[in-house]
Design a protein around this ligand. Sequence first.
Ligand SMILES: Nc1nc2c(ncn2[C@@H]2O[C@H](COP(=O)(O)OP(=O)(O)O)[C@@H](O)[C@H]2O)c(=O)[nH]1
Ligand SMILES: [Mg+2]
Length: 260
Amino acid sequence: MLLGKRIVVVLPAYEAALTLEKTYHAIPKDVVDDIVLVDDASSDDTAEVAEKLGITTIVHEQNRGYGANQKTCYQAALDLDADIAIMVHPDYQYEPKLVTALASMIASGVYDTVIASRILGKTTRAGGMPRYKYFSNRLLTLFQNIMLGAKLSEYHTGYRAFGRNVLESLPLLRNSDNFVFDNEMLTQIIAENFKLGEISCPTSYFPEASSISFSNSVVYGIGVLKNCFLFRLWKMGFGAGTLFSKLDEYKLNMKSKGSK
Ligand SMILES: Nc1nc2c(ncn2[C@@H]2O[C@H](COP(=O)(O)OP(=O)(O)O)[C@@H](O)[C@H]2O)c(=O)[nH]1
Ligand SMILES: [Mg+2]
């Protein structure tokens, strides 16, 4: 608990057996009430390692993708009565100790969502981010800031914290089951004018922490551009039935806690 808020860490996992334990031990247990791992049908023993560590573990029978994994993660967090859910990749790429910092920015009531930027500060390239990823990140971010009218240092980090109000109100089930889920969700957060903050976070790139192929990165980049155009169209009054529709059937199930 932090300032009376229940904190749940969610770990969307795929082939994370080698890095999970290290990630788990770095999560600050003094503030975190529950840790949930969703294993997307990994071929290694991610789920076994998670269960051995005492983590609440959910296993997808088939590989459904990173976005589908997060849908299960956030539903599980709501079911566990989370006031704040924090996504940490179990590949030990992002510093789990910053969970407290992310959670406190939401628990204080100042922000609804906080993302941990790899770009703020000067450690990005030193941490091993490949040059092509760094430059595409900077270019996409510049374009997105212009198109979305926001001012973020990056949109592509996988380290994010959400208040319950955000998870309950966005039509997350409408989003992609693939990597572009992250970008759709952030674009929806901006569209809904949720209070969105950033902190800086050092990251490290090593083989187990970064496996997205170049072709998947290109598909992701094209999806990001598409979301920008959808957002502008929606702002002009078109495409109400797309990503930004608030239909209840696309919202996560709110069975545990009442709306806040
Ligand atoms: N659910 C799911 N997650 C995946 C899959 N492939 C990669 N991931 C996860 O997506 C996240 C980002 O992938 P990663 O290779 O670390 O990308 P990078 O660090 O941005 O280069 C990691 O947490 C992976 O575990 C998949 O097929 N399914
Ligand atoms: Mg990674």
